[in-house]
Design a protein around this ligand. Structure first.
Ligand code: HEC
Length: 155
Protein backbone atom coordinates (compact mmCIF):
# COMPACT_ATOMS: atom_id res chain seq x y z
CA UNK A 1 0.00 0.00 0.00
CA UNK A 2 2.70 2.40 1.04
CA UNK A 3 4.67 1.54 -2.09
CA UNK A 4 1.66 2.15 -4.27
CA UNK A 5 1.07 5.52 -2.66
CA UNK A 6 4.66 6.44 -3.23
CA UNK A 7 4.34 5.44 -6.87
CA UNK A 8 1.28 7.65 -7.26
CA UNK A 9 3.09 10.50 -5.56
CA UNK A 10 6.08 10.05 -7.84
CA UNK A 11 3.87 10.00 -10.91
CA UNK A 12 2.16 13.16 -9.72
CA UNK A 13 5.51 14.80 -9.11
CA UNK A 14 6.70 13.85 -12.60
CA UNK A 15 3.50 15.15 -14.17
CA UNK A 16 3.75 18.34 -12.17
CA UNK A 17 7.36 18.78 -13.16
CA UNK A 18 6.48 18.22 -16.80
CA UNK A 19 3.77 20.86 -16.61
CA UNK A 20 6.14 23.37 -15.07
CA UNK A 21 8.70 22.50 -17.73
CA UNK A 22 6.12 23.06 -20.46
CA UNK A 23 5.08 26.35 -18.95
CA UNK A 24 8.68 27.47 -18.77
CA UNK A 25 9.21 26.49 -22.40
CA UNK A 26 6.07 28.35 -23.46
CA UNK A 27 7.15 31.39 -21.52
CA UNK A 28 10.57 31.28 -23.05
CA UNK A 29 9.07 30.94 -26.52
CA UNK A 30 7.06 34.04 -25.79
CA UNK A 31 10.07 35.95 -24.53
CA UNK A 32 12.42 34.87 -27.29
CA UNK A 33 11.00 36.14 -30.58
CA UNK A 34 11.64 34.07 -33.68
CA UNK A 35 14.00 35.33 -36.35
CA UNK A 36 11.03 36.10 -38.61
CA UNK A 37 9.37 38.12 -35.89
CA UNK A 38 12.54 40.06 -35.23
CA UNK A 39 12.92 40.70 -38.96
CA UNK A 40 9.44 42.17 -39.31
CA UNK A 41 9.47 43.88 -35.89
CA UNK A 42 13.05 44.94 -35.30
CA UNK A 43 11.92 47.21 -32.48
CA UNK A 44 11.49 44.19 -30.18
CA UNK A 45 13.80 44.63 -27.20
CA UNK A 46 14.56 48.24 -28.18
CA UNK A 47 11.85 49.93 -26.09
CA UNK A 48 12.28 50.10 -22.33
CA UNK A 49 9.65 52.56 -21.12
CA UNK A 50 7.09 55.09 -22.27
CA UNK A 51 8.73 56.34 -25.49
CA UNK A 52 12.11 55.48 -23.97
CA UNK A 53 14.16 53.81 -26.69
CA UNK A 54 17.50 52.33 -27.64
CA UNK A 55 20.09 54.06 -29.75
CA UNK A 56 18.77 52.19 -32.81
CA UNK A 57 15.20 53.50 -32.56
CA UNK A 58 16.37 56.94 -31.56
CA UNK A 59 18.54 57.03 -34.64
CA UNK A 60 15.66 55.80 -36.80
CA UNK A 61 13.43 58.60 -35.55
CA UNK A 62 16.17 61.15 -36.12
CA UNK A 63 16.78 59.99 -39.72
CA UNK A 64 13.05 59.92 -40.31
CA UNK A 65 12.94 63.54 -39.13
CA UNK A 66 15.74 64.51 -41.49
CA UNK A 67 14.52 62.80 -44.64
CA UNK A 68 10.86 61.77 -44.48
CA UNK A 69 9.01 64.03 -42.06
CA UNK A 70 8.51 66.90 -44.50
CA UNK A 71 6.25 64.74 -46.67
CA UNK A 72 5.00 61.94 -44.44
CA UNK A 73 4.37 64.16 -41.42
CA UNK A 74 4.85 63.77 -37.70
CA UNK A 75 5.75 60.17 -36.78
CA UNK A 76 4.73 58.95 -40.24
CA UNK A 77 1.09 59.83 -39.69
CA UNK A 78 0.78 61.26 -43.20
CA UNK A 79 0.12 64.67 -44.71
CA UNK A 80 -1.54 66.14 -47.77
CA UNK A 81 1.66 65.31 -49.72
CA UNK A 82 2.16 61.71 -48.79
CA UNK A 83 0.36 58.75 -47.25
CA UNK A 84 0.48 57.66 -43.63
CA UNK A 85 3.34 55.21 -43.23
CA UNK A 86 1.81 54.10 -39.97
CA UNK A 87 -1.06 52.71 -42.06
CA UNK A 88 1.21 51.49 -44.86
CA UNK A 89 3.27 49.37 -42.50
CA UNK A 90 0.19 47.41 -41.48
CA UNK A 91 0.18 45.86 -44.96
CA UNK A 92 3.69 46.35 -46.41
CA UNK A 93 6.39 43.81 -45.65
CA UNK A 94 9.83 45.03 -44.74
CA UNK A 95 11.05 44.18 -48.28
CA UNK A 96 8.26 46.20 -49.85
CA UNK A 97 9.06 49.12 -47.57
CA UNK A 98 12.75 49.01 -48.43
CA UNK A 99 12.01 48.64 -52.13
CA UNK A 100 9.96 51.86 -52.22
CA UNK A 101 12.49 53.76 -50.10
CA UNK A 102 15.48 52.72 -52.21
CA UNK A 103 13.83 52.90 -55.64
CA UNK A 104 11.12 55.49 -55.14
CA UNK A 105 7.74 55.44 -56.86
CA UNK A 106 5.66 57.58 -59.15
CA UNK A 107 1.94 57.40 -59.15
CA UNK A 108 -0.55 59.22 -61.29
CA UNK A 109 -3.72 59.74 -59.29
CA UNK A 110 -6.55 61.59 -60.98
CA UNK A 111 -4.13 63.48 -63.23
CA UNK A 112 -1.96 64.43 -60.27
CA UNK A 113 1.49 62.96 -59.98
CA UNK A 114 2.47 61.71 -56.54
CA UNK A 115 6.20 61.20 -56.27
CA UNK A 116 8.03 59.26 -53.64
CA UNK A 117 11.67 60.17 -54.31
CA UNK A 118 14.26 57.42 -54.57
CA UNK A 119 16.70 57.40 -51.66
CA UNK A 120 19.02 54.76 -53.11
CA UNK A 121 21.82 57.34 -53.42
CA UNK A 122 21.33 58.87 -49.95
CA UNK A 123 23.86 57.13 -47.73
CA UNK A 124 22.25 58.11 -44.42
CA UNK A 125 18.94 56.60 -45.52
CA UNK A 126 20.30 53.41 -47.13
CA UNK A 127 22.66 52.77 -44.23
CA UNK A 128 20.00 53.34 -41.56
CA UNK A 129 16.92 52.05 -43.40
CA UNK A 130 16.47 49.29 -40.83
CA UNK A 131 16.47 51.82 -37.98
CA UNK A 132 13.94 53.98 -39.83
CA UNK A 133 11.78 50.93 -40.49
CA UNK A 134 12.05 49.78 -36.86
CA UNK A 135 10.97 53.21 -35.62
CA UNK A 136 7.99 53.48 -37.99
CA UNK A 137 6.92 49.89 -37.38
CA UNK A 138 6.94 50.50 -33.62
CA UNK A 139 4.63 53.49 -34.10
CA UNK A 140 2.50 51.49 -36.55
CA UNK A 141 2.14 48.64 -34.05
CA UNK A 142 1.25 51.08 -31.26
CA UNK A 143 4.43 50.38 -29.29
CA UNK A 144 5.55 54.02 -29.51
CA UNK A 145 3.40 57.11 -29.36
CA UNK A 146 3.89 59.94 -31.84
CA UNK A 147 5.95 62.60 -30.09
CA UNK A 148 9.41 63.04 -28.66
CA UNK A 149 11.47 60.00 -27.73
CA UNK A 150 13.92 59.66 -24.90
CA UNK A 151 17.10 57.68 -25.23
CA UNK A 152 18.00 55.34 -22.45
CA UNK A 153 17.76 51.57 -22.89
CA UNK A 154 21.51 50.88 -22.93
CA UNK A 155 22.80 49.81 -19.58
C1 HEC B 1 9.02 64.67 -51.39
C2 HEC B 1 8.08 63.98 -50.53
C3 HEC B 1 8.48 62.65 -49.92
C4 HEC B 1 9.58 62.37 -49.12
C5 HEC B 1 10.68 63.33 -48.68
C6 HEC B 1 9.45 60.98 -48.72
N1 HEC B 1 8.33 60.43 -49.29
FE1 HEC B 1 7.69 58.50 -49.11
N2 HEC B 1 6.15 58.87 -50.40
C7 HEC B 1 5.84 60.10 -50.93
C8 HEC B 1 4.64 59.97 -51.74
C9 HEC B 1 3.95 61.11 -52.51
C10 HEC B 1 4.25 58.61 -51.67
C11 HEC B 1 3.06 57.95 -52.37
C12 HEC B 1 3.49 57.48 -53.72
C13 HEC B 1 2.37 56.77 -54.40
O1 HEC B 1 1.22 57.24 -54.34
O2 HEC B 1 2.65 55.73 -55.00
C14 HEC B 1 5.23 57.95 -50.81
C15 HEC B 1 5.20 56.61 -50.52
C16 HEC B 1 6.03 55.99 -49.63
C17 HEC B 1 5.96 54.59 -49.25
C18 HEC B 1 4.96 53.57 -49.79
C19 HEC B 1 3.69 53.68 -49.01
C20 HEC B 1 2.65 52.69 -49.43
O3 HEC B 1 1.60 52.67 -48.77
O4 HEC B 1 2.84 51.93 -50.37
C21 HEC B 1 6.92 54.37 -48.32
C22 HEC B 1 7.22 53.05 -47.61
C23 HEC B 1 7.62 55.62 -48.12
N3 HEC B 1 7.06 56.57 -48.91
C24 HEC B 1 8.65 55.80 -47.22
C25 HEC B 1 9.39 56.99 -47.11
C26 HEC B 1 10.54 57.12 -46.23
C27 HEC B 1 11.05 56.07 -45.28
C28 HEC B 1 11.03 58.39 -46.45
C29 HEC B 1 12.28 59.01 -45.85
C30 HEC B 1 13.50 58.25 -46.02
C31 HEC B 1 10.17 59.03 -47.42
N4 HEC B 1 9.18 58.15 -47.80
C32 HEC B 1 10.33 60.32 -47.89
C33 HEC B 1 6.53 61.28 -50.75
C34 HEC B 1 7.72 61.42 -50.03
Amino acid sequence: MARRLRAVATAAAILCGATIGLQAAAQQAQETPSEDELYERPYIGEICGDNVVSRKLYNGARRYGNFCHRCHGEAGLGSSFAPSLVDSLRRLSREQFEDVVVNGRKNLVAGQEKVMPSFGHVTDVVLYREDIYAYLKAVSDGELKPGPLQRGCES
